[in-house]
Write a protein that binds this ligand. Structure first.
Ligand code: ADP
Ligand code: MG
Ligand code: MG
Length: 917
């Protein structure tokens, strides 16, 4: 049997269904599904993505079976509709719609009303007795075909669409402003002019034969898979090229048949706030893109309930049917033709982080989904938005009172953003590169603006509704967005926007509130999110904070399912407190060197470094001891019995001394020694590659007194805090260990000091000594190291540097291009390079457990807060991840999702024990 390339949908039964997206694309699969669940969908068929793949692997040729299958499917559609494609008296008209697996704005635009020509248009007139409608459909078709298939669509912002120009001339000539005011005669004349323009610009005549039109359009869809915009979009969202696109060919229904017809788009819930409220927009006597194009301002769906109550009721019923069926919020398209409702598309709707969380939580209460499914639906990074700042209310009110409220638009993407105005996407990217915060201001946005939108703090548009391109993309990116702010008068050539009498120039500051739609001149300060106000500032009660309540539910679920522990990287008591309020279960990395930069500490630190003799060094260290002890007491108190991993000094000493002559002279004067001496000592600390130099445990081995002082500070602090009735769990971590002997030497110092402090104070104190695994030799000899270490913490920043042989600080020039060339899938300093660094980690885990089955395993590199890396840590069986305080909630959710995806990791029990020499 011939391979099946074409799938019919229509009537009561479709050949496809929702889970065939890989073959039918998202649009095709869902059209089929809607047919199968009994919704009214105009009949049609889908050419599968396999044809796209075939097309590109066979020099742009179709499989030979395709033509016959298309014609056969067309026959079925004709039968369903009672009309015939290309037939003069009773022509069937179709739309050609692209449809990849994931929705892709870079793809070919839809072509409507295909099948019209000078003969069939007469058939339509006879059938409908409505010449205006027939010519309106025809002129739209010729323009769309010219733009999309014949390539007349302008490529840059400065060019004009030839058909728009002709249309505007016509409107001007007739003294009207709206398309709907043109007569049948005007429209007929437009068609002639459009075709002349096509002939002039392409040298070819507009194809009159409907089958030529059909194959031309199909070819255009497949070609658009490889256009620049589509490629850029795929890159950005990591969509593989091999997926290909499908093509949908569907019988037309007409929203432009008069005032009893119309078209609209809707979300089954509010995509910005997540409220369970039917959210949409429509236009009567309009077709296809009119609603989203922003040329006419659409009406809110609530108005449909007034204007067409029967249709509204039906639509509202479908809304519920769809949610119940898909168990998720849907984004739908519909058309009303002479008071009859048709569904034209449904898909899972994009939403803000707020909405994602609200909808997931609500759907659990509504019993549509369970807690696990709710967690699966919340991308960990989305939680970022919940933690993002909002405007300080008092400041905003003051700005409004002072007359700085420029306008109120649609609240399309919640949050607060403040930045300098730029008027085009390339500028946004450039300014961002210079370190500026920008707000991208455009009349409306289009897919080529995506990179610029990504570079902006927020997006402001003059045209387009809640479902416009700007609004959709902003929500997907989690950007603040105010859309459809029609009072803005934007002039790209002078780079200004004028509102009433106020002129805002490029580079001026504005503040936009995507939650209320307000646009304010100047900078308005922001303030912490609700979650922070409740948890950290404690200025808001949970019951008055609905956003916080959602957060709390998600966190409770996350903690129920995750098996990975979550700790934080913190060096200061206040950081530690924030992290604990976000749910941190301990400190995974306390960097002692950060403490040396604190008040009063850098002086003795420098004295210590500049000391010539052991005696002088010890004197300086004695001065540092009480200061460090105080730091650790603060940390232990803040953590109140939770484990605290403290790393002994790690960076090379030159980082602590001044490098400019002026500062060196000052230091010399302060210390009462000669400038030459300071200068010479700093010189001697210089290293060509400090990343691999005199740092980490190497310092403590050459200067054991430093480790001694640090250990004493830690243990004395622990004992002091314990004496105050606060439990303590210190874990001393030795950095940059490559050889077990290094660790052994440091461990002996630490344990010796511990026993001294314990004896001096006559107390009991539990503590651990462990190491970082951050250089390859450490990972490879982990069995030996585990003989001494009670825990390992993977320092994946250094482990990545040393495994890849890439210095992070020097990688700027080549690492991004490396990612673009797909040498590494992601920046290896952001997401663990699983097949390289990850394998070393696995080796260390296995070997470590052989020697010490109950060894504690964690990670404290930047990767500890990256969801894909957290998933990896779960799969290799670590006990915990540690990340910066603000990423703790993200890590909790990522850990829960990993557990749901892979099950809880059974720790591999080891049988053989390797003897240490
Ligand atoms: P996109 O992928 O950009 O959403 P669509 O294929 O959904 O493009 O089509 C664009 C517009 O044309 C939508 O408003 C859609 O509802 C409308 N449309 C597509 N096919 C038909 C049809 N057969 N009849 C009426 N309107 C259609
Ligand atoms: Mg659509
Ligand atoms: Mg390190």
């Amino acid at each position: 049997m011939a391979k099946k390339y074409v799938y019919y949908f229509g009537g009561k039964k479709a050949e496809g269904k929702a889970d065939m997206k890989y073959l039918l694309g998202g649009k095709g699969a869902n059209l089929a599904e809607m047919v199968n669940i009994g919704l009214p969908v105009p009949a049609g068929f889908t050419i599968s993505t396999e044809v796209c793949t075939h097309y590109y692997t066979n020099k742009k040729k179709y499989p030979k079976e395709l033509k016959a299958q298309v014609l056969l499917a067309m026959k079925k559609v004709e039968k369903e509709l009672g009309a015939k494609f290309g037939e003069p008296k009773n022509p069937l008209l179709v739309s050609i719609r692209s449809g990849a697996r994931a929705s892709m704005p870079g793809m070919m635009d839809t072509i409507l009303n295909l099948g019209l020509n000078d003969t069939t248009v007469e058939g339509v007139i006879k059938k409908t007795n409505n010449p205006r409608f027939a010519y309106d459909s025809y002129r739209r078709f010729v323009a769309m075909y010219g733009d999309v298939v014949l390539g007349l669509k302008p490529q840059t912002k400065d060019e004009h669409d030839p058909f728009e120009v002709i249309l505007d001339e016509k409107k001007h000539e007739k003294g009207v402003t709206l398309d709907t005011e043109l007569t049948a005669h005007d429209l007929k004349d437009l068609i002639v002019k459009f075709k002349a323009a096509i002939k002039e610009k392409t040298g070819h005549s507009f194809p009159e034969n409907p089958f030529d039109q059909l194959w031309g359009a199909i070819g255009a869809v497949f070609s658009s898979w490889m256009n620049e915009r589509a490629i850029a979009y795929r890159k950005m969202y990591a969509i593989p090229e091999a997926w290909g696109t499908a093509v949908n060919i569907q019988a037309m229904v007409f929203g432009n048949m008069g005032e009893d017809s119309g078209t609209g788009v809707a979300f089954t819930r509010d995509a910005a706030t997540g409220e369970n409220y039917f959210y949409g927009e429509f236009l009567m006597n309009a077709q296809g893109e009119d609603v989203v194009a922003g040329t006419r301002t659409p009406l809110p769906i609530s108005k449909l309930a007034e204007a067409k109550p029967v249709i509204y009721k039906q639509l509202d019923k479908y809304r519920k049917v769809l949610e119940k069926h898909y168990k998720d919020m849907q984004d739908i398209e519909f058309t009303i033709q002479q008071n009859k409702l048709y569904m034209l598309q449904c898909r899972v709707g994009n939403r803000t982080a707020f909405a994602a969380i609200k909808i997931a939580v609500d759907m659990v209460s509504e019993k549509l989904i369970d807690e696990k499914e709710a967690l699966r639906r919340i991308e960990p990074d989305q939680l970022n938005q919940l933690l993002r700042p909002i405007f300080d209310k008092v400041e905003k009110d003051n700005a409004v009172k002072a007359g700085n409220l420029l306008a109120i638009g649609l609240n399309a993407g919640p949050g607060a953003a403040c930045g300098r105005v730029v008027f085009n996407a390339p500028d946004a990217e450039e300014w961002k590169k210079r370190g500026e915060k920008v707000i991208l201001v455009r009349v409306e946005t289009s897919p080529e603006d995506i990179k610029g939108m990504d570079a902006s703090e927020g997006i402001l548009t003059a045209r387009g509704g809640m479902t416009s391109h700007a609004a959709l993309v902003a929500r997907q990116m989690g950007k603040v967005c105010v859309a459809g702010c029609s009072v803005l008068n934007i002039d790209y050539t002078t780079r200004t926007m004028t509102v009433k009498n106020k002129v805002v120039k490029e580079g001026d500051y504005i503040s936009i509130d995507g939650t209320t739609g307000e646009v304010i001149l100047g900078q308005v300060n922001t303030k912490p999110s609700e979650v922070l106000q409740v948890l950290v500032e404690k200025t808001l009660a949970p019951k008055e904070a609905p956003v916080y309540q959602l957060y709390e539910k998600i966190m409770k679920w996350a903690d129920k399912y995750r098996t990975l522990g979550v700790r934080t990287n913190a060096d200061q008591p206040d950081q530690a407190e924030i992290a604990v309020s976000f749910g941190a279960e301990g400190i995974g990395l306390c960097r002692t060197e950060h403490m040396f930069f604190g008040e009063g500490k850098i002086g003795p630190m420098r004295e210590m470094i500049l000391a010539d003799t052991l005696e002088d060094r010890k004197k300086a260290l004695a001065n540092l001891l009480p200061l460090q002890r105080l730091d650790f007491e603060g940390i232990f108190e803040a953590m109140n019995g939770k484990p605290v991993t403290i790393r002994t000094i790690d960076p090379p000493l030159h980082e602590f001394v001044p490098h400019e002559e002026k500062a060196q002279r000052e230091l010399a004067a302060q210390m009462g020694i000669s400038y030459e001496k300071v200068h010479q000592r700093v010189q001697s600390l210089h290293e060509f590659n400090p990343m691999l130099g005199f740092r980490g445990c190497r310092l403590g081995i050459i200067y054991p007194e430093i480790t001694e002082m640090q250990a004493r500070a830690i243990f004395e602090a622990a004992v002091n805090v314990q004496k105050r009735g606060i439990p303590v769990k210190p874990e001393i971590m030795i950095p940059l260990v490559g050889h077990v002997k290094e660790l052994k030497m440091q461990e002996e110092i630490v344990r010796h000091v511990a026993s001294e402090v314990i004896a001096e104070n006559k107390v009991k104190l539990n503590y651990l000594v462990g190491t970082m695994i951050e250089i390859p030799r450490g990972a490879i000899t982990a069995d030996e190291i585990a003989g001494v270490a009670e825990f390992f913490s993977f320092g994946t920043n250094d482990l990545t540097q040393t495994t890849l042989g890439v210095s992070r600080d020097d990688a700027g020039r080549f690492l991004m291009p490396y990612v673009e060339k797909e040498i590494y899938a992601k920046d290896p300093f952001e997401a663990i390079d699983q097949s390289g660094v990850g394998v070393l980690m696995q080796i260390a885990v296995e070997k470590g457990r052989v020697t010490r089955p109950d060894i504690k395993l964690g990670i404290c590199g930047e990767h500890g807060g990256d969801p894909s890396s957290i998933e990896f840590c779960h799969t290799i069986g670590l006990d915990y991840v540690s990340c910066s305080p603000y990423r703790v909630p993200i890590a909790r959710v990522a850990a829960a999702r990993a557990a749901l995806k892979f099950g809880s990791q059974q720790k591999k029990k080891s049988t053989k024990v390797i003897k240490r020499k």
